[in-house]
Write a protein that binds this ligand. Structure first.
Ligand code: SF4
Length: 332
């Protein structure tokens, strides 16, 4: 029974990992000529994905062991500074910029982030995809050094560096991005992602795996009210909160490290940092605890029935919106 329960819990992670290998790993973007023939492109995509899957087979076997704790996704926020001013930024940069909340845009310190990641890795057996994000990730000066540390870890299977397509990486950063474990996710917000085409050429020339997300028109969800707030609870019942929490993909796949805390999802840390919601202590694990207790805390995430903090978030219920409307355009 324990084995079946373990498989039931870990199946979504295995599926996500498999899908990564079966085509979402950015390899085919390095071969633009193949894209002119969709059939060849798709066959090539799956063939390469399957080859990757075979190469990584030992990592899948880890999932089958109920004693192992694998995080499907771990996001690390390195800066809340950004080159854009998106009205509906999921990381609540609008709130940071407003100056009306408890934090303003700033870079995290390399030593703090390294220490926090080290504490998470000491407590788990692996992380499938570590996402490095901001704000705008490429604004953060020590990114090459952080990548050196993460790429050296056997416990991190893939790294995904997110950028909004407005900056060009330095030569030092480019060297790290060529690593076989690394991929870059470029957000295409239309004309405001002004360096997107240059980035794509640069990555192709240098063998950096990448993919391009969004199409400038769809793909975002409005998750909170106006920045001038106050951000009030929506008044959902425990049952409604339970449904939201159980179905939320961010809660399943996007644990988030910020300031010595590991949060259940990547929306919550900014709520806490900005002091948008009352503290309840259910939504994060304190990384200053011994590794065994951090591990217990992460395992406990899975047994929660609902999360009170979801009452401040519309990720599962909000309207779909155009990505990256800028403050000047949106009038926020
Ligand atoms: S706060 Fe709740 S609903 Fe919003 S993303 Fe996190 S887990 Fe999902």
């Amino acid at each position: 029974m324990r084995y079946i329960e373990h498989l039931r819990k870990t199946f979504p992670m295995m599926k996500q990992h498999l899908l990564m290998d079966l085509g979402n790993s950015g390899w085919l973007n390095l071969l633009p000529s193949l894209k002119t023939n969709r059939l060849v492109y798709r066959v090539g995509l799956h063939a390469m994905g399957f080859a990757m899957f075979l190469l990584r087979l030992p990592k899948y076997i880890v999932y089958l062991n109920p004693e192992k704790l694998i995080l499907p996704g771990l996001d690390v926020c390195v800066t809340t500074r950004c080159t854009l001013k998106c009205v509906d930024c999921a990381q609540r940069n609008t709130f940071y910029r407003s100056g009306k909340y408890a934090a303003v845009p700033e870079d995290s310190k390399l030593e703090n982030i390294s220490a926090s990641i080290g504490k998470v890795l000491a407590a788990v057996d692996g992380v499938v995809i570590m996402g490095i994000l901001g704000g705008e990730t490429l604004l953060w000066p020590p990114l090459p050094q952080l990548l050196d540390e993460i790429l050296a870890s056997d416990k991190v299977f893939f790294i995904d560096v997110f950028t909004n397509g407005t900056l060009i990486p330095s030569g030092e950063l480019l060297k790290r991005l060529k690593n076989k474990k690394a991929k870059v996710s470029i957000s295409d917000y239309g004309v405001i992602s002004s360096k997107k085409d240059v980035l794509i050429e640069l990555f192709r020339e240098n063998g950096v795996k990448f993919d391009v997300n969004y199409d400038g028109k769809t793909g975002w969800r409005r998750i909170y009210k106006a920045k001038d707030g106050p951000e009030l609870p929506r008044g959902r019942t425990d049952e409604e909160l339970g449904k939201i929490f159980k179905l939320c993909p961010i809660a399943k796949f996007c644990k988030h490290v910020i300031d010595d805390r590991l949060y259940i999802c990547s929306i919550l840390p900014h709520m806490d940092k900005l002091k948008i919601k009352p503290f309840d202590g259910m939504d994060f694990v304190d990384l200053n605890l011994p590794a065994a207790q951090v591990r217990d805390g992460i395992e406990n995430f899975q047994s929660l029935d609902y999360l009170p903090a979801c009452d401040y978030c519309d990720y599962m219920t909000g309207e779909d919106i155009q990505p990256a409307i800028q403050e000047e355009e949106g009038g926020a």
